[in-house]
Design a protein around this ligand. Sequence first.
Ligand SMILES: *Cc1c(COP(=O)(O)O)cnc(C)c1O
Length: 395
Amino acid sequence: MQIYADNAATTKMSQIAIDAMMPYMQGIFGNPSSLHSVGQEAAEALSEARAAVAASLGCEPREIYFTSGGSEADNQAIVSAAANGAKKGKKHIISTAFEHHAVLHTLKKLEKQGFEVTLLDVHQSGLITAAEVAAAIREDTCLVTVMYANNEIGTILPIAEIGAMCREKGVVFHTDAVQAAGHLHINVAEQNIDMLSLSAHKFHGPKGVGALYCRKGIILSNIIEGGAQERGKRGGTENIPAIMGMAAALSEACANADANAAKLSKMRDRLIDGLLKIEHSVLNGDRTNRLPGNVNMCFEGIEGESLLLMLDMHGVCASSGSACTSGSLDPSHVLLAIGRPHEVAHGSLRLSLSEYNTEEEVDAIISAVTEVVQYLRNMSPVWRDLKEGRKPHVI
Ligand SMILES: *Cc1c(COP(=O)(O)O)cnc(C)c1O
């Protein structure tokens, strides 16, 4: 038996998304820029997909730009807002210490180009407040970029409050909503969001496709130069099958969001309760203000990589944090940002559920983790030191 509990890294495609893609790989294969009927059929599909994505976010179709995924959307949003700011002599950007690397690394690049970046500290709960963002805003602030929900610890940030505050102060607000889209209710108009990134493979759509919502009036800079696709803001022949799959997956996810959240939060809470029975374990991130499918725990005296490998042998696919940082031995920047000490951050486990998981699987995960943690601790000299009092417990 294999249990997939790594849905924050990527999800299995839904049948509806696959079915939506198939016709565009077979009969309707045209290039939407072609004037003949084969191309125009593809162009029509493209505009239907754009309308569907726009409807799910509460914006206009012309405010949606298709990209190669969440990373590209983040890059384009941030680089554009920075370029617009620089034209007015505003070169200060505010973000948080626990953003995805698509955001953090783009900000690093801008710093080298003379921008000043304030990364706000995150509370131990994995949250920040709108007031803290407000306090960091200056005369020369051109962008606030704060993620909607964190990809490692699942905490949900106060996006509507931050949006209202930014709108009042006249600062552009971007949110990386890759973990939220299709899972939480988003309305960019009501929440005063100026720019938003999403990615299809986080809500049962295909990989390599995403979207950037950019409020009309905000000028986008090109990351990919080329033809006049995407209102001239993103060159390259549109990936019609992927875009159709994304639109179908997003509509499906939004239609089922409430039912999925109810099912998932029940399984999530059962999983958290079961895992907290392991001694010297702690939940990372706020217990209630979190994504319905996210569980992130630290186990003292455990090395994350060994835990993952052994869980895989037990048929449980999990992650130590972000898929993007696996392979590096550095502890997660997210867990460090919420104040976990290095040695504790090394022992983290992220289990991210989807509606395809079952209660039986949750129970099997609890048994497997409990067994593996026990096994690894029995072999660990660090655990022996902790148990025999030579080192103090930190959790
Ligand atoms: C997955 C993820 C991304 C990157 O999206 P891709 O489509 O894989 O490029 C960006 N931000 C967050 C929060 C994510 O979870």
